[in-house]
Design a protein around this ligand. Structure first.
Ligand code: MN
Length: 135
């Protein structure tokens, strides 16, 4: 069950970013003090669209995997399977996606690395054809 996925609060249904996700995700703002830190929870099969964390300098995103099983993939690279305890460093400017495995809930902490003129550029969805290759 979603409530048991992580020791951190699951938060609300992620309606603000729903247009950039396939499937249901949940978002909890853990802190906004200096460094924004979020708990993001994905139902099985849920993933975000390809996207880029943009910054003039610095920036990027760090994922701390806390529960379940998921995937991370950079554009043109093989997908990386994720488990609790895994850390993903995502440099600014790198196109990528992250989300749950097809048969498992998944949760990660997302740390937004401070930088100059930071923001996200959202791109195309991860198609079923791409996603269904993942086990
Ligand atoms: Mn990201």
């Amino acid at each position: 069950m979603a409530e048991e996925v992580s020791i951190f609060p699951i938060g609300e249904k992620n309606t603000a970013f729903a247009q950039y996700f396939i499937g249901q995700s949940y978002l909890s703002v853990l802190t906004n003090q200096g460094v924004p830190v979020f708990n993001v929870t994905f139902e099985p099969g849920c993933r975000n669209n390809w996207h880029i964390h943009k910054a003039k300098s610095g920036g990027g995103q760090i994922l701390l995997c806390t529960a379940g099983r998921g995937w991370y993939q950079e554009w043109g690279q093989e997908p990386r399977e994720l488990h609790p305890g895994d850390v993903v460093n995502i440099p600014a400017g790198v196109k990528h996606w992250h989300g749950a495995a097809c048969d498992s809930w998944f949760a990660h902490i997302a740390i937004e690395v401070p930088g100059e003129d930071t923001g996200a550029e959202w791109c195309e969805p991860v198609t079923d054809q791409e996603y269904d290759k993942l086990k």
